[in-house]
Design a protein around this ligand. Structure first.
Ligand code: IMP
Length: 428
């Protein structure tokens, strides 16, 4: 399939990096189209662990990495990633391009995210990653951002950067936070210009030409669909369009260019960040703790604890419908070994009514009591499984129950962090 999108189906941390890496061996281009350095994608190649926040994961498989216009670019993070990859022996020469339309995260954006988090009441605080994502995207939408093209233009940079930094400082001080050092920031920006210039280009043209030429393009979503600014659990969301819905505006590829949409879901579900955000299937019991311990559910970027719960087929159905999903990749099923029964939430009980759709009303979602379908658990070690037949019958039955409840086939099952620890089910 020449143009494939892979994105997260839940609240993030589904293991997208690994699935993208698995699918990337044929890709000519691997593209990030939204979000920014709030992402943390972990990929294991042999003994080496790569943690990427901005660079598309498919670059590790030889694809040309594209950071498209929908991404907000933290230049310091990208610089450090380029350095890390080079030191680890990944040759990226000529294989990384940055959109000249991407907005630049300015030094006050991160502190502003944190100041805003601190200023909100406990029942509203989103606990952002503090990377300046929402404030940078907010500035973009009120026409006060700086794009890569603007940064690289000496005239625009001279005219606008100091103004934006001063304005950022006013806002920080208004929130009682410390201002940033403007001269230092201006000097830092000059440094960015030096090394960003050769990487920047009109990635809409690059991708359009690639699409027209029938090249394989892998579009890598970050965060996940339940954090989508329009369709997620607003306001406990991230600031971008995190599903396949973000592709057209985030890359310039027309929406009909996408041939295949794959969503990645954990075989259970996790949520990090806001305690206030709804989480109907949260398991505050020994099973939840087991998922957290065995699944090593702590953030790559922030180290924060992820709360764990049962697979939510109501949410998954909603996400698959919205994004035109063709197949699911189910990750971390090995983590569920020894848990019996395994539970799948098939509907919500809200005030005594059975609800099968995902409500916009957060209070209703907070009151939702999951209605579960129980499936017998498995006790076998799964990490050696490579083919459908290698999966124990009960694990297969669990996957089949998820397919049935979501209404979408599972094409890949991940049974461990390594690239090879993957079972292809060969579904459509
Ligand atoms: P922001 O994206 O930093 O603005 O954070 C907004 C919300 O999205 C917070 O609750 C974060 O914890 C969550 N979030 C952002 N990026 C990720 C991610 O990559 N994985 C999981 N949660 C994320």
């Amino acid at each position: 399939m020449p143009v494939t999108c892979v994105f997260g189906a839940q609240w993030g941390d589904e293991g997208k990096g690994k699935i993208v890496d698995y699918l990337a061996d044929r890709a000519d281009f691997a593209v990030r189209y939204q979000g920014g350095s709030n992402a943390g994608h972990t990929i294991y190649v042999g003994e080496t662990r790569f943690a990427l926040r901005l660079t598309p994961s498919g670059l590790l498989q030889g694809a040309t990495g594209v950071i498209a216009n929908g991404v907000v670019l933290d230049a310091n993070v990208l610089r450090d990633e380029i350095k890390m990859l080079t030191e680890q022996g990944v040759d990226i020469e000529g294989r990384l391009r940055v959109s000249d339309r991407a907005h630049v995260v300015l030094p006050f954006h991160g502190p502003m995210d944190r100041a805003l988090d601190a200023s909100r009441s406990a029942d509203w605080v989103n606990n952002t990653t503090g990377r300046g994502i929402s404030t940078c995207i907010g500035d973009k939408h009120r026409y006060e951002g700086l794009r890569v093209a603007d940064l690289l233009s000496e005239r625009v940079r001279a005219k606008r950067l100091r103004y934006l930094l001063e304005r950022g400082n006013q806002q920080l001080q208004g929130l009682g936070a410390d201002p940033i050092d403007i001269d230092q920031s201006l000097a830092e920006a000059e440094e960015w210009v030096r090394w960003l210039k050769p990487l920047a280009c009109d990635t809409t043209m690059l991708l359009h030409d690639a699409w027209r030429a029938g090249k394989e393009i892998l579009l890598e979503g970050a965060q996940a669909a339940l954090l989508d600014v329009d369709f997620g659990t607003y306001p406990f969301v991230s600031a971008s369009s995190t599903g396949a819905n973000g592709i057209a505006s985030g890359t310039g590829l027309p929406f009909r260019a996408v041939d295949k949409v794959i969503t990645v879901a954990k075989a259970y579900i996790t949520r990090v960040g806001s305690e206030a955000g709804p989480f109907p299937t949260r398991a505050d019991d020994e099973f939840g703790r087991q998922m957290q311990r065995v699944g090593k559910e702590f953030g790559t970027v922030t180290g924060r604890e992820r709360r764990c719960g049962w697979f939510d087929a109501v949410a998954a159905r909603y996400v698959c419908r919205l994004n035109g999903v063709d197949t699911m990749a189910l990750t971390k099923i090995d983590v569920l070994r020894g848990i019996d029964p395994l539970r799948i939430c098939v509907a919500y009980d809200i005030d005594g009514q059975r609800i099968e759709h995902f409500p916009a009303d957060l209070d209703a979602l907070q009151r939702a009591k999951p209605i579960y379908r129980d499936v017998a658990g498995f006790s076998e070690e799964l990490s050696a499984a490579r083919r459908r037949e290698d999966l124990p019958e009960r694990a297969r039955a669990y996957v089949a129950a998820i397919e049935e409840e979501v209404g979408v086939p599972v094409s890949l099952v991940s049974v461990g962090p390594e690239r090879t620890e993957t079972v292809s089910l060969g579904a459509a």
